[in-house]
Design a protein. Sequence first.
Length: 398
Amino acid sequence: MQVDRVFTNCRVATMAAGHPGLGTIDRATIAVANGLIAWIGPSAEAPALAASETIDLGGRWVTPGLIDCHTHIVFAGDRSDEFERRLAGETYADIARSGGGIAATVRATRAASENDLVRLASARLDALAVEGVTTVEVKSGYGLDVETELRQLRAAGRLLAERAMRIEPTFLGAHAVPPDMDRTAYLDRLCNEMIPRVAAEKLAGVVDAFQESIAFSADEVDRVFTAARAAGLKVKLHADQLTDSGGAALAARHQALSADHLEYTSEAGAAAMAEAGTVAVILPGAFFMLKETQKPPIEAFRKAGVSMAVASDLNPGSAPIASLRVSATMACVLFGMTVEEVMLGMTRHAAKALGRSDIGTLETGKRADLAVWSVDRLAELVAKIGPTPLHARYLGGI
């Protein structure tokens, strides 16, 4: 078999479905051709391989490149003052109602150029890349007007072209009601102008919304999602973060790729997600930074058979944490998830949350996105906080 590159002398966690645990292969070989995995398995069973390059990985672990399936990395401005305000006793909702929170980042982002946004986001991407991340979902949502929302998405598109990272843009125009516009008028513009333009210009394939008392109601989100589906776009939802507003069930009703946060989701909501195949994206960073006490119903998700992903939620206010690995550690310590659950949550289940079937596992025909780790046990990736144990990172085998 003629291939481009062969990786040998490694231990592989394929994360493939239908295999026990993490799908481990000891003494493995991975062959790559045209950016895809041409063959993977035990070295003793490998076919004859003719490669331009063979790389001995020295017995290291290989996993799929990690996937951060929920971020807000394209923004300008700083909200460190809100950290101090929360320490002094103000809540996230209090700050939002006083003109801070999302509205503060909107003001800064509207004033930033596309080049500024690309430069700022690139530094955040670099922090994720050194942790073995190869795919990042990037939301808009800090413009709340036509011009800035599209500028954010165009900046995300440039990141795809300029950085060694797969970028999944998501349109989050329904993040908050802009302070300078009537609520009904903004919803009209969102559904009748912004979503159709995003679809026509192919700036994003997914529409997100924030359903909460400080954001949008269930009826309003239903309208946004109906417009998104009519435009041929998929949907996902910030759901049940601060209250049980029935967000999980609404997301399931619209066949959403994922529902995210979910601290207040009920058992009925979890069951609806399981039936729809909607992924639960767990975001412990925001829980930690906002000093929340209501934990997401992890056991209900387990019992219902809901796939659980883990993401950083990297944003300027409620989760300024540029580390997917630290987020996974928090998911274990704060929410009781297992190492196996968070490893799958940063790979196979995160890919499902993005609607991607070509990444997230190491199998023949999948993209050769690899993270190579200098660890004895994969548990070290979440058991230790500090310098990254990443040895190498490959996007499409390169």
